[in-house]
Design a protein around this ligand. Sequence first.
Ligand SMILES: O=c1ccn([C@H]2C[C@H](O)[C@@H](CO)O2)c(=O)[nH]1
Ligand SMILES: [Zn+2]
Length: 131
Amino acid sequence: MDHADLIEAARDAREAAYAPHSGFKVGAAILSEGHVHRGCNVENVAYPEGTCAEAGAIAAMALAGGRRIDAVAVISGGAAPVPPCGGCRQKLNEFAEADVPVIMATTGGAREETTVGALLPGAFGAEHMDA
Ligand SMILES: O=c1ccn([C@H]2C[C@H](O)[C@@H](CO)O2)c(=O)[nH]1
Ligand SMILES: [Zn+2]
């Protein structure tokens, strides 16, 4: 499973996005121990209740028993690749090491790559809970 395949999985998930309020469809795919888990954004007329594609993919991973993120791909339809929102950065950090790649793509073919650690420097983690 290379990054191009993970982007294709995210592209497929994006087709299922429910985004009548923003019109902005997003798909995400997580590689976890050889398995791919996908998610799409699901909006709500009560806008804050909408959920991101990344959150959906994390939920799918957890349901399947996955507890480790090895790579993430996110795809959207705008001109520039979209990075995960702040809340999703924290959600990803729960299951990913700092060096885990995050590939951000557009349906038009643009592509950027960063890491979970670069997206959330100084993250609050379990180590901060030590008594
Ligand atoms: O990384 C992102 C950024 C935005 N969105 C969604 C949330 C909302 O439904 C729409 C516009 O913000 O895009 C995601 O799913 N993932
Ligand atoms: Zn988000």
